[in-house]
Design a protein around this ligand. Structure first.
Ligand SMILES: [Zn+2]
Length: 247
């Protein structure tokens, strides 16, 4: 059912009547505390639109790192304001090449969720280990997106744990930095992962968060073990963001 939800969302967001649907939508009036946006690739022709999206988000709130996002959710104190966390899945080379300079220029933090078995030294589709090491110099963090991007719901507990542990240790070995955050492949509870098992496994092996693709934004006090994310394409217009940020 969630698969069709996602297809329907994409169809709505891309439809010609999107501008009309976005009228009367006011993200600035929402009381959500944390909106986590999820990108994948960033082809060169989208470089013009991406900064406009960032500027729009900045007009609504402040950008935070994944660790700050977790602290905000865990904080018992009522935190005022709106926060945005920028994430990239799969470790695609064009996201590294095209997004990082734009983010760095604006001082906006981000996290790249890397699949170690997709990291490549020669294929230009995916980032190399050297690219991963360079992220820290530009204010970006490396997180795990599992070892091999299997659907966790098809794995037994031992295999799921291994995906979490082996990806974390490989990323830490290659970057020399702690890998504290995890984004689940595909990310829908039930269909893609086991909600009563996998976030708990992630916590047991030392992660501090479990990012999903559950739609919407998070309120203060929400769990760091099922952080919702909003999928964006870098060339979408502000009217599309207005719609998605108020679903
Ligand atoms: Zn993925």
């Amino acid at each position: 059912m969630r698969y069709f939800d996602r297809l329907r969302d994409m169809a709505i967001v891309r439809s010609p009547i999107m501008r009309i649907r976005a009228l009367g939508r006011h993200p600035e009036r929402r009381t959500d505390i944390l909106t986590t946006v999820m990108y994948h690739g960033m082809p060169a022709h989208t470089r013009g639109a991406f900064p406009r999206q960032l500027d729009y988000m900045r007009s609504l709130g402040d950008f935070v790192t994944a660790s700050q996002a977790v602290e905000i959710l865990r904080s018992q104190a009522r935190i005022a304001g709106k926060y945005f966390c920028v994430t990239f899945d799969d470790g695609l080379k064009d996201a590294f090449v095209n997004a990082i300079p734009i983010l760095a220029e604006r001082g906006i933090p981000s996290i790249f969720f890397i699949v170690p078995s997709w990291v490549s030294a020669s294929d230009r589709t995916y980032m190399s280990w050297d690219d991963c090491r360079q992220l820290a110099q530009h204010g970006a963090t490396v997180g795990s997106h599992s070892l091999s991007h299997h659907r966790f719901s098809t794995l037994d507990g031992h295999q799921a744990r291994e995906e979490l542990v082996a990806s974390k240790s490989r990323l830490e070995l290659e970057t020399g930095l702690p890998c504290e955050h995890f984004a689940c492949p595909w990310g829908q509870p039930g269909g893609d992962y086991v909600p009563h098992r996998d976030p708990q496994l992630a916590e047991e092996v030392g992660y501090r968060s479990f990012f999903t693709t559950i739609r919407g934004a998070a309120q203060s006090g929400a769990s760091a073990w099922a952080i919702p994310r909003t999928r964006l394409e870098p060339d979408w217009g502000i009217h599309q963001l207005r719609y998605l940020f108020t679903r």
